[in-house]
Design a protein around this ligand. Structure first.
Ligand SMILES: C[S@@+](CC[C@H](N)C(=O)[O-])C[C@H]1O[C@@H](n2cnc3c(N)ncnc32)[C@H](O)[C@@H]1O
Length: 216
């Protein structure tokens, strides 16, 4: 894992939900929620990087079970404070680069919001392989992440040799840190995901892109 990325989110956990207060983001978030509630209905869902549980709360409305994971205890504690239907959501600390999960979960779908932009291009196959190991062939994968939005998205400060892009962000302790934040194109994702997935659907509204596929 990237210590810088994990620490950045640990320090901003308490204020993380402010992102969702952006006034014109509601309509786009509602469209994403509708898709998640439909596709993940009656599924046993592994959630990657659940953060404060903003989307966990949404998918818990229709999923039959959720194992919500994050690398940070600070985020998991916040996520656990939300209201969920009885017995639907369990939490576990896990790094998507290794995805060591507690035993006893039969999962057939995976969801992650705001996580894929923090996966290095060269780690795509590793993380997709981990997801496939857990949810198996035929499992549904949905990823939701950020588009570049004029006046909202921080500029890209650097692009590395692999094509990964980085932003400079001010951490809650005042330090300025370089955070991996990729904005992959549809064609790049289709090419990369087609090795492990079929029925790949990509859509975008102003704030979010959304990829839905079935693992081969
Ligand atoms: C942009 S936030 C998204 C949170 C939430 N899914 C949402 O959309 O509101 C990214 C989350 O990924 C977590 N994270 C960062 N690196 C991780 C890793 N290697 N494995 C698991 N979670 C990680 C962070 O702690 C943070 O909660």
């Amino acid at each position: 894992m990237s210590d810088v990325l994990a620490k950045y989110y640990a320090l901003c956990a308490a204020s993380f939900d402010q992102k969702y207060l952006q006034p014109d983001l509601d309509e786009d978030a509602d469209a994403v929620a509708e898709h998640l509630e439909t596709v993940l209905a009656n599924k046993s869902v592994l959630e990657l990087g659940c953060g404060s549980g903003f989307w966990t709360e949404t998918i818990a409305q229709t999923a039959s079970a959720i194992l919500a994971t994050d690398i940070n205890d600070e985020m998991l504690e916040l996520a656990q404070e939300r209201d969920y239907p009885d017995g639907v959501v369990e939490f576990a600390k896990a790094d998507w680069l290794s995805l060591d999960l507690p035993a006893g979960h039969q999962l057939n779908a995976c969801f992650g919001a705001g996580v894929w932009s923090h996966v290095k291009r060269e780690d795509y196959s590793k993380v997709l392989g981990n997801i496939r190991r857990v949810i198996g062939a035929g499992g549904v994968l949905i990823l939701v992440d950020d588009n570049t939005v004029e006046g909202f998205t921080r500029p890209v400060a650097r692009t590395d040799a692999e094509g990964n892009t980085y932003q400079i962000r001010e951490q809650a302790d005042g330090a300025r840190v370089e955070i991996l934040k990729n904005f992959p194109t549809d064609s790049y994702m289709k090419k990369k995901f087609s090795a492990i997935a079929r029925d790949i659907r990509l859509s975008r509204n102003e704030y979010f892109w959304m990829l839905t596929c079935v693992l081969k």
